[in-house]
Design a protein around this ligand. Structure first.
Ligand code: ZN
Length: 158
């Protein structure tokens, strides 16, 4: 009888890193179920918004998008994370619909909250109640609607 080899090393293939791990943070689950009071209480400052975003996007753990490492330390900006291997920073807003937003984060969240509750709200109304330029409201509202009307995930896969 030939010797039977145990193929225990086949398991090594499993350790291949998945850098494009699909993270899902649904906008409606993040803010949609809050009452106006709860919302204002939780998202009143930039720091709070960043903290909630960071908590939500890394809820299943951190994986560096650059090299796949899962170890991190604090990055250069509040609530960002820096890969301990390639030293790349990822901010809390990176790869979310709130990245490179032309308005302050609490205001952006408030707009998202309002659009979530009433998707047909006119940009002009947002502009008046949030005292923000009409064009800015139009553009960001478009981004929120795209999110809601696709899979509702605030994490962008680009
Ligand atoms: Zn890395």
């Amino acid at each position: 009888m030939p010797l039977q080899f145990c193929h225990e090393f086949d398991n090594e293939n499993i350790s291949i890193k998945h850098m494009d791990v699909k993270r899902v943070v649904k906008l409606k689950e993040l803010i949609g179920q809050l009452s106006p009071d709860q919302f204002r209480h939780s998202f009143s400052s930039r720091e709070e918004c960043l903290e909630i975003l960071a908590h939500a996007k890394w809820a299943d753990g951190y994986i560096c998008r650059n090299c796949g490492n899962d170890k991190y330390c604090a990055g250069g900006t509040p609530f960002s994370r820096r890969c301990t291997r390639c030293k790349k920073d990822e901010s809390a807003t990176a790869h979310t619909i709130f990245h490179h937003c032309r308005i302050d984060l609490p205001l952006a969240f408030e707009m998202a909250y309002l659009v979530c509750g009433a998707p047909s709200i006119p940009a002009l109304e947002l502009s008046k109640s949030l005292e923000t330029r009409h064009t800015t409201c139009l553009n960001f509202k478009k981004r929120i609607l795209q999110c809601i009307q696709s899979d509702g995930n605030i994490i962008r896969s680009e």
